[in-house]
Design a protein around this ligand. Structure first.
Ligand SMILES: NC(=O)c1ccc[n+]([C@@H]2O[C@H](COP(=O)([O-])OP(=O)(O)OC[C@H]3O[C@@H](n4cnc5c(N)ncnc54)[C@H](O)[C@@H]3O)[C@@H](O)[C@H]2O)c1
Ligand SMILES: O=C(O)[C@H](O)COP(=O)(O)O
Length: 317
């Protein structure tokens, strides 16, 4: 069996995933670009591989048509927006992923960004390095209202982590988990209520056709002027040029963005002091990454041995 590993980095936190593949007599071809592969490169490199171990790169018709032997896509991670399920169904390609492995890493990054923006840690750090000693007054997180779009695995972990700050939770979810909500005194509200009544808003929904441009200037106008917006979900959910206009004109207090429509991001948000930008590192902790890669590889081995997959996805729900 031939496996193409397009996700990058791979086996950088632990050799286990690569060793597991090799010890199961699987031929491994690694992404040779030493960075996130482009869709064009993926289409030309995938060749006659039977399996693709994929990151977040878009797996388009061009890729699938160039991979006549492809039978399985094993996603290192949870987001499935890059996978064209219609084509996978058409060509009989199975899809699997590692839904639980990135959860805690992303939730912890959300907390980090919230604290950073509340106390302007990155901003102040940049000032000190420039010789500016501005003893800026930040905001307590304690007692604030936190709005969450999407209370799935990551949203719930975020609630759990933030609960010790005595915050009030407003949640908007299309499939609300009321029993979890009762445990943390969560109020389930409309999209507008989250926008209008929250001091901090975290986006933890998947990118789909109906969540593209979920937050535009229209939504930002409804937010409080002291509010901060965090997107660790996917680029495209928040309209980047609208966010730029809003931050430039201080319509909201700040934003923390880990994910961008085009990555690596080189856009105008980099010009602004009131946002914290990270380079899609939500899941990038040693433990999570090792777990994600190991689980993705274990699925490949199950597939090779004709055993049932643990996390097969049947449609982009
Ligand atoms: N930054 C990173 O590195 C990183 C890492 C992992 C995951 N992610 C992103 O985070 C997303 C969420 O991950 P998860 O494991 O929590 O997923 P999940 O499926 O467990 O939770 C998503 C939640 O969003 C809700 N939802 C879907 N559409 C909605 C809408 N239109 N309005 C309100 N709620 C909606 C769902 O009902 C669900 O409860 C992933 O899809 C992925 O794109 C990013
Ligand atoms: O969907 C995910 O799990 C994350 O966005 C991980 O992305 P990565 O595979 O590029 O680290």
């Amino acid at each position: 069996m031939k496996v193409f590993v397009s996700t990058h980095p791979f086996s950088s936190t632990s050799q286990t995933p690569l060793e597991l593949l090799k010890s199961n007599e699987i031929d491994v071809i690694l992404n040779s670009h030493e960075r996130k592969i482009t869709t064009r490169e993926l289409a030309s490199d995938i060749g006659n591989s039977d399996v693709l171990i994929a990151g977040t790169e878009r797996i388009t018709e061009e890729v699938i048509k160039n991979a006549p032997n492809l039978k399985l896509i094993s996603r290192v991670g949870v987001g499935l927006d890059g996978v064209n399920f219609e084509l996978c169904n058409k060509y009989g390609i199975k899809v699997t992923y590692t839904p639980d492995a990135p959860t805690m890493a992303v939730a912890e990054l959300c907390v980090g960004i919230i604290l950073d923006l509340s106390r302007k840690i990155s901003y102040t750090d940049r000032n000190v390095r420039k010789g500016v000693w501005d003893r800026y007054m930040g905001n307590l997180l304690y007692g604030k209202t936190v709005g969450i779009f999407g209370m799935g695995r990551i949203g719930k972990s975020l609630v759990h982590l933030l609960s010790s700050f005595n915050v009030k939770f407003l949640v908007n979810d299309i499939t609300p988990d009321f029993s979890f909500g009762r445990l943390y005194n969560i109020e389930f509200v409309s999209k507008n209520d989250v926008l209008e009544k929250s001091d901090i808003i975290s986006i933890n929904i998947p990118l789909k056709k109906d969540t593209y441009d979920f937050i535009t200037l229209n939504e930002i106008k409804k937010m409080r002027s002291n509010a901060i917006l965090i997107n660790t979900a996917r680029g495209g959910i928040v309209n980047e040029s609208d966010l730029y206009e809003a931050l430039k004109n201080s319509m909201i207090s700040g934003a923390g963005i880990d994910v961008f429509e085009e990555e690596p991001y080189k856009g105008k948000l980099t010009e602004l002091g009131n946002c914290v930008l990270t380079c899609h590192v939500g899941a990038s902790t040693i433990n999570s990454r090792t777990e994600m890669e190991t689980q993705a590889v274990e699925e490949v081995i199950r597939f090779k041995n004709e055993r049932p997959l643990k996390n097969e996805v049947f449609a982009n729900e």
